[in-house]
Design a protein around this ligand. Structure first.
Ligand code: NAG
Ligand code: NAG
Length: 254
């Protein structure tokens, strides 16, 4: 991994401490530590309990998934020996992320928390998955925040984002019938009618897949007011629709 220059790293560190209200690097902290200040710090710790819990954050994360219509799907190219000749050898074993349409169309099948994807057989992600790659979906609230509020956020870094890691799996018709997937997916992506799986006239052959989510990593926003960390996979899966319908992401109307 290439690291930024020391100067840049220092500047970033100073920005972060500034954002968190901590003393600037090189600035004197007040000494000796007096009791009053200690009490202020303790009070701040208590106020920190207003940070959403992991479970509340899981509800927000599930809401973010359900409201998202696209995300970056990341897969890893096969090792050099198994790389197709059309692909530059230097990308062997390297992750590649590309935007992908998503929806959540499996409310009825026990996979409500796994994103639905229309995987085209020619797509890089599908080929990598077929060659054994795992997959990660990266989502953010950045675009939606702008759509919903009509303004750019003061600090995008203070808005939610989510990474869902797992693997792609073909959806069997007995789990979720194709007609259910079609009507659900087309509600979000009308143009997907051009690629519906099983259609003779489809521009490209596709299959319905789900990203089986094994772990979820959440950044709610700045860490002084938000949960940042891994969610519990059991909790992630168990969240009911009424629960995520009941919470609001930043900029949403009550
Ligand atoms: C190529 O793929 C085969 C089958 O998936 C696997 O057994 C083999 O180890 C792979 N070779 C390399 C160099 O990764
Ligand atoms: C995919 O992830 C699993 C763990 O969930 C791991 O055991 C497996 O080796 C990974 N596959 C590849 C190709 O890296």
């Amino acid at each position: 991994m290439k690291l930024p220059s020391t100067t840049l790293a220092l500047a970033v560190a100073q920005l972060v401490t500034l954002a968190l209200g901590a003393p600037m690097i090189g600035e004197e902290t007040s000494t000796p530590l007096d009791v009053q200040q200690l009490q202020v710090h303790t009070q701040e710790r208590i106020d920190a309990s207003s940070i959403p819990s992991r479970y509340q954050s899981t509800l927000l994360a599930r809401r973010l998934l359900h409201l998202s219509s696209h995300g970056d799907l990341i897969t890893v190219f096969p090792a050099a020996g198994n790389l197709s000749s059309r692909i530059p050898p230097s990308v062997a074993s390297t992750p590649i992320g590309l935007p992908e349409y998503i929806a959540t169309c499996e409310e009825e099948s026990g996979h409500a928390a796994d994103p639905t994807i229309l995987s085209l057989k020619i797509s890089t992600a599908t080929r990598n998955a077929e060659a054994g790659s795992n997959a990660t979906l990266s989502l953010s609230w950045w675009d939606e925040y702008i759509h919903r509020t009509g303004r750019a956020p003061f600090a995008p870094a203070n808005l939610p984002r989510l990474s869902l890691t797992g693997y792609l799996e073909e959806i069997r018709d007995e789990d979720s019938p194709a007609r259910v997937l079609e009507s659900c997916f087309l509600k979000k992506h009308r143009d997907s009618v051009m690629w519906l799986p099983g259609r003779k006239w489809a521009a490209h052959e596709g299959v319905w897949t789900r990203l089986v989510v094994q772990e979820a990593y959440w950044i709610g926003g700045f860490g002084d007011k938000n949960y940042i960390g891994w969610l519990d996979p059991e909790e992630w899966r168990a969240v009911r629709r009424e629960e995520w319908e009941d919470v609001r992401l930043p900029g949403e109307k009550e």
